[in-house]
Write a protein that binds this ligand. Structure first.
Ligand SMILES: [Zn+2]
Ligand SMILES: [Zn+2]
Length: 496
């Protein structure tokens, strides 16, 4: 795309006419004043409010877009910014030179530099404008009864729920540190209700698609009269304007100054923690004046320190909804288990642990740090019972195996860290083999231990870390769980 800059406004150019420029070459992009008498298109308004989209994303003619820009309803920003030294992708925040490439661009007739980092959401190059909405916000109205939920909150949940409401209404930043199984979703309901009643636009974002899929029906059931957009790669709701949005953090890349409150679930989960573009997207998706609520069972070490030193506002829910303590992991030394597996053997104490469960028919999850050794263990264990399975991230039968585990067809499920979070089996014991491996961080181990004892009918579960040398992560994980239980008892959230 090229633009003609004339009389203080831009004209979108289909042809490469003389004097036309690429948007990246225009120092200050003029923004015409809003003409209140202009009959704007409500469809375009729904499509664009709070977004930053490419012309390709917009099923509207260039003439319509031009008219809306001329009357102040549309904004154009540079997709790629260049300060003479460094390129910056305005959508994903990429500034790494190796993530930019050039191509002969048919749209501007020049060699155009583009961002490879967010290419999967459509190419952004030096001639690409990011289109946004500058007109009034759609009026979605708010029904009389926003929340339709009959459940009751535990005391710990109630306190957190009040904090969330306060944060959303007063545009604050707040962390809810809720142990695995505390019931963190319900803690959001009152705050979302109050926010929507106050005309706020709210988003729950999470790194994992699985979580979006799991949350969507629960949120829709709790807010039956509110439109809820559910966004993940390939979802249908991509262009729905909704007061309440549930999205993967990837999808936030299409939003700009959209939300009055952003609730970030599982901030400590992959890939959010390692991909700076997702953290950038979360900042961009919020309005400058807005609330941010973080939810996690396992804040990283930096955040834990900030909490303890009073630098970060937070609320802890130290106990589970069912008022039983969290199972505390026990440490069992198992020698050089890798070497033994290479020789097609399992450490004796591990084998005993497994056999004991198989005998009494108690299901168990056994975590391994690496796939090849897990496969070896599977081969050995199948000699005892055939209904043992192993699962990992790229396993095409992953979902099916989890379902079979839930229906108790599988006695024992071996797994990589892929099942460290998000899965609930009512009555299981948990083992980690090689707990000393680097992949088992403090938060991974706390999450893994958090798989046991989740159901109120089976609140206990054994968690055993088999190791070949204790690590700091193991000790910290155990310490974190013990201290949560202590606080739960102190605050009378656990029955003894
Ligand atoms: Zn170009
Ligand atoms: Zn980018």
């Amino acid at each position: 795309m090229r633009f003609l800059l004339k009389d203080g406004r831009l004209t979108f150019q289909k042809s490469f006419s003389k004097d036309s420029q690429r948007i990246s070459e225009i120092p200050d992009i003029p923004q015409p004043p809003l003409n209140p008498n202009f009959p704007f298109d409500p469809k375009l308004q729904l499509f664009l409010t709070g977004k930053q989209l490419l012309l390709d994303d917009l099923p509207f003619s260039l003439a319509e877009i031009q008219a809306h820009y001329d009357n102040g309803y549309i904004t154009c920003r540079k997709g790629i910014e260049y300060d003479g030294k460094k390129l910056l992708c305005a959508r994903c925040g990429n500034q790494e030179p190796h993530w930019f490439a050039t191509f002969p661009c048919a749209r501007c007739g020049e060699t155009c530099r583009y961002c490879r980092h967010c290419l999967m959401m459509g190419r952004i190059s030096e001639c690409t404008p990011l289109i946004g909405w500058n007109g009034p916000v759609p009026d979605t109205g708010s029904p009389q009864n926003i929340l339709d939920w009959q459940g009751a909150l535990s005391e710990g949940q109630l306190e957190a729920s009040n904090r969330v409401t306060e944060a959303i209404l007063q545009e604050k930043e707040w962390l809810i540190w809720a142990v695995c199984g505390a019931g963190k979703t319900e803690v959001l309901f009152a705050g979302i209700e109050a926010g929507i009643a106050a005309g706020k636009r709210i988003c729950i974002a999470t790194p994992r698609t699985d979580v979006v899929l799991e949350l969507t029906p629960r949120i829709r059931a709790a807010f039956p009269k509110i439109e809820v957009a559910s966004l993940y790669g390939g979802s249908q709701d991509r262009h729905t304007y909704a007061p309440l949005t549930i999205a993967t953090t990837h999808q936030l890349l299409r939003f700009y100054h959209a939300f009055d409150a952003l609730i970030l679930d599982e901030v400590d989960a992959f890939p959010y923690t390692v991909e700076e573009s997702l953290q950038y997207a979360a900042v961009q998706a919020r309005k400058p004046e807005s609330a941010i609520v973080y939810l996690t069972a396992t804040p990283n070490v930096k955040w834990q320190k900030e909490c303890l030193s009073g630098k970060r506002a937070f609320t802890v829910i130290p106990a589970r909804f069912h008022r039983h303590p969290l199972p505390v992991p026990e440490f069992v030394w198992c020698g050089n288990w890798q070497k033994q597996l290479q020789q097609n053997k399992l450490p004796t104490n591990l084998l005993k642990w497994i056999q004991k469960r198989l005998e009494v028919g108690k299901q168990a999850l056994v975590f391994f740090p690496h796939i090849p050794l897990m496969e070896k263990a599977l081969h050995i264990l199948r000699k005892f019972v055939p209904n043992i399975e192993a699962v990992h991230a790229e396993d095409p039968e992953r979902k099916e195996k989890v379902l079979r585990m839930r229906s108790k067809e599988i006695a024992l499920l071996l797994t990589t860290t892929i099942l460290e979070r998000g899965v609930t089996f009512p009555n299981i014991d948990v083992a980690v083999v090689g707990a000393e491996d680097d992949i088992f961080s403090e938060s991974a181990l706390v999450q893994i231990a958090g798989r046991a004892g989740r159901s109120k009918d089976f609140p206990d579960g054994v968690v055993t870390f088999f190791h070949y040398g204790k690590t700091e992560a193991m000790v910290s994980a155990q310490r974190q769980i013990v201290s949560m239980n202590k606080e739960g008892v102190k605050r009378k959230l656990i029955d003894l």
